[in-house]
Design a protein around this ligand. Structure first.
Ligand SMILES: Nc1ncnc2c1ncn2[C@@H]1O[C@H](COP(=O)(O)OP(=O)(O)OP(=O)(O)O)[C@@H](O)[C@H]1O
Length: 438
């Protein structure tokens, strides 16, 4: 979602607190309370103009007047664009609002963003999540505070009953905006609001408490998973026989947590994986953003990156360790009695396997298709595509997992370097690492 952010940065250099200010009852009360309570810090009111309602210009203007009257500076972002084909208007508006609130907070020089969610919002979130069959993370509802990309999103009133906020607003004679979309019965939350609270007015505290229990249970499940994964997950590998020895609930808990480090795998994938795997079995599953491989009793996650288009120039003419973060491994170069002439290693290209590539394992063996050589050597599934090193003339020099191509060997009396591929033992690293060749 594109947000046409033209935030106005407040000029004072004092640290700032940002308040997400829609102009509704709750955020009006919150902004009022914050401008009265905070001293020595700038208060910045952030407003997102969704561009969806005819009155939205007037709301933004009203929010500015109120914020400035209370001594806060005011920043507004108007969203642009439209929902994608598979996106609801609400999901689009929400994603755009979140991005705009984040960007405005940063532009205001703040790292704390306050939102006016309260106990009833939390109770409604719990019911909506339960109706979708959510797990503990969904049932836990909104967190009180959460860091996201350098901004702490905090909900100081999450435990406050809605009535107490209304009472505060009335006591202080506040005026607020009534957004008519809050009454649209088309939206599940509005329907729930309209029917649940009149029927069960006292349910707010019980439901919010249930969300807290879910949050606690979620933390416990995470602690257990962390303990299990210390034993079962080594580097990028999860030990499948060890996983299968756990009780069924603990097994899927550990697997779900391991997967969540890499991908948002649906519960159905987890169930399939656990039911289809047999000791020694090899399986491959696509998952969002990558692939899962069960291979040699380990489960591996390989993120999909479009490396096919990537031709990276490398100079490996000196001994050293040359990490290739996108490939989760490194080239290791050492002096050796049999190897490749340093000059040839000075201008290499690293790429994926291509149609027609051939590899020769030993001086007296025949060159054969790379694919066959990889199969015969029992290469891990993710190494069957490379990386490969080719010299300036396009001749194959080395391949991850297979070693050096014998056709590239230097003559007996020439100085030589051995090149081999070392897989990362750590979980996938950030992609920003630079090669640390000597
Ligand atoms: N358009 C917006 N601009 C800035 N902040 C917003 C906006 N919409 C929502 N928020 C923030 O998110 C919180 C929860 O959103 P929600 O949609 O429940 O609120 P609302 O009904 O628009 O207004 P309020 O919570 O102020 O009564 C708000 O209290 C506010 O802090």
């Amino acid at each position: 979602m594109a947000a046409s952010a033209t935030p106005r940065t407040a000029d004072s250099s004092a640290p700032a607190v940002a308040v997400a200010f829609s102009g509704g009852l709750d955020s009006t009360a919150l902004l009022h309370a914050v401008t009265r309570a905070v001293t020595g810090q700038r208060v910045v009111a952030l407003h997102v103009h969704h561009g969806l309602q005819p009155q939205a210009d007037a709301w933004a203007a009203q929010c500015r007047t109120v914020a400035e009257a209370w001594g806060a500076s005011f920043i507004c972002t108007r969203l642009s664009g439209r929902p994608g084909p598979a996106e609801s208007l609400e999901a689009w508006a929400r994603a755009g609002r979140h991005q705009a609130l984040h960007d405005m907070t940063v532009a205001a020089g703040a790292d704390l963003l306050l939102l006016a969610h309260h106990r009833r919002d939390q109770a409604e979130t719990f019911v909506l999540q339960a109706m979708r069959g959510a797990g503990l993370a969904g049932l836990a509802g909104m967190p009180r505070a959460q860091w996201r990309d350098g901004v702490c999103w905090a909900r100081p009133w999450l435990d406050k009953p809605r009535e107490s906020i209304e009472a505060y607003a009335l006591t202080h004679g506040l005026r607020w905006i009534d957004d008519p979309s809050n009454a649209e019965a088309r939206l599940a939350r509005n329907r729930l609001r309209q029917q649940l609270w009149p029927a069960f007015p006292a349910a707010e505290s019980g439901l919010a408490q249930a969300a807290r229990w879910a949050q606690e249970a979620g933390e416990l499940a995470e602690e257990i998973a962390t303990e299990d994964l210390v034993r079962l997950a080594a580097g990028a590998r999860l030990d499948l026989p060890g996983l299968m020895q756990l009780s069924p609930a603990r097994r899927s808990n550990a697997l779900r947590h391991w997967l969540s480090r890499h991908t948002a795998a649906p519960a159905s994938l987890i169930a399939r994986l656990l039911s289809e795997w047999r000791p020694g079995g090899t399986l491959n599953w696509p998952a969002p953003g990558g692939e899962l491989h069960a291979w040699r009793d380990g489960l591996f996650w390989r993120p999909l990156r479009d490396l096919s288009a990537e031709q990276k120039a490398l100079n490996l003419s000196r001994p050293g360790h040359y990490p290739q973060p996108g490939w989760y491994g490194a080239w290791q170069v050492e002096p050796a009695s049999q190897g490749i002439a340093p000059a040839r290693l000075a201008a290499l290209a690293q790429r994926e396997r291509a149609e027609g590539d051939q590899f020769q394992r030993a001086p007296n063996a025949a060159a054969r298709s790379f694919k066959k050589a990889a199969q015969q050597a029992g290469l891990a599934p993710w190494l069957r595509h490379g990386p490969l090193l080719v010299d300036a003339e396009g001749r194959l020099v080395a391949a991850a997992g297979l070693g050096m191509d014998a056709r590239a060997f230097a003559a007996q009396d020439e100085p030589a370097l051995a090149v081999r591929w070392v897989e990362d033992s750590a979980l996938p690293q950030s992609e920003g690492e630079s090669p640390s060749g000597a």
